[in-house]
Design a protein around this ligand. Sequence first.
Ligand SMILES: [Zn+2]
Length: 424
Amino acid sequence: MHRAVSVTLLSALVTCAAAVGAQTKYPSKFSPQIAETREVKEALAYLDEKFTDQVAEWITITEIPAKSTFEQKRGEYVKGEFQKLGLEVSVDEIGNVIGRRKGAGGGPTVVFAAHMDTVHPMDTDVRVTKKDGRLYAPGIFDNSASVANMLQAARALDAAKVKTKGDVLFIATVQEELGLNGMNHWLDKNPGKADMVVALDGGLGAVNYGALGIYWSWMRFHGEGSHTVSSRGKPHPGRAAAQCILDIYTIPLPGQDEAVTAVYNVGMLEGGKVVNAIPQDVSFTVDLRTVDPELLTKLDAAIVGKCEAAAKKEGVEFKREWIQKSEAGGRPEQLQDRRAHPIVQTGVDVLTYLGVKLQPGREAVPTGSTDANAAVVRRIPAIAVGRANGGNQHTISEWAEPESAKIATKQIVLLAASLAELSR
Ligand SMILES: [Zn+2]
């Protein structure tokens, strides 16, 4: 998940939404028979047998620093492993590593995407430690778990000679944490290639099929500045910024209990270098989120409008600078057709088959904050599914619970066999 979006927040953003159509029986491409075919059973058994190796590789990957835009070494590792598996391997301009597992023909192309990048600076100590049955390291949960799971799922399919009709594309993406840049790049360069997209990200047990819109901006105010002695009555960027922040918080939001809500926050403030002068530059950030594309545009315009008005009144310059921008996938009712696509129920059925307890009425959720968003906004059927149980993501005390990654990896094998369709 590319931002520290809490489950509670995501829940709040789609309150009631998941209840829409909760009674409906949705089509699915999974059946227990698929899981019980000889090859698939062998693939699942491979994952049990080789789990120690999987955890060792997970640690190896985690210990290769890979802050966004610095994923090259991690990418080299993934590329090497894809090659050993005999996949058709390529690395694109931005650094995504793609491994194609050719299908027998006549089936859909299914993309599995695991982002390689982390939010942690390159000099962060990323050595993995073990304590009380958990693995600890920055990035161990978000998202080296998924990269390791994906590689091991590819090996299991290979070892058990699982044949699918459709191609399966394993993509280790870059710059997810910067606004899904890697996935957006691949989808732009390969229009029509992906019939379905499964992002591997987040906690185990979630099936997200929507896209939370997230806008991050710097609001920058600039003036001439002045020594305190001569400052009386002079334009003050700090006063404009302060007024703007107060005004932003008067913008009405839909209630927390409404089907679609929104939230924003001023998270960072900076400006001024000395005590005895009006600062020339004062800035703050805004983090704005909602699943509703129209509401997102409207609220963004309202926030910028407040800043422009405050700057004008104060006589200073104002400029908005984008940090990142991820578009919203739609209100729950706009996403009803997405829910009806078999990819979503297949995700739910696979987890249920694997014994993962899902929250009744919220088995699948019309939001999300992963590489899948890039597909959702392009109307490509997409889900995001989890990688492990873990926590504290994006902090140095990130942790993950190993055993859960095995289930998450079985999930990938079953999704590949179901969505890309077994070829007998
Ligand atoms: Zn992530």
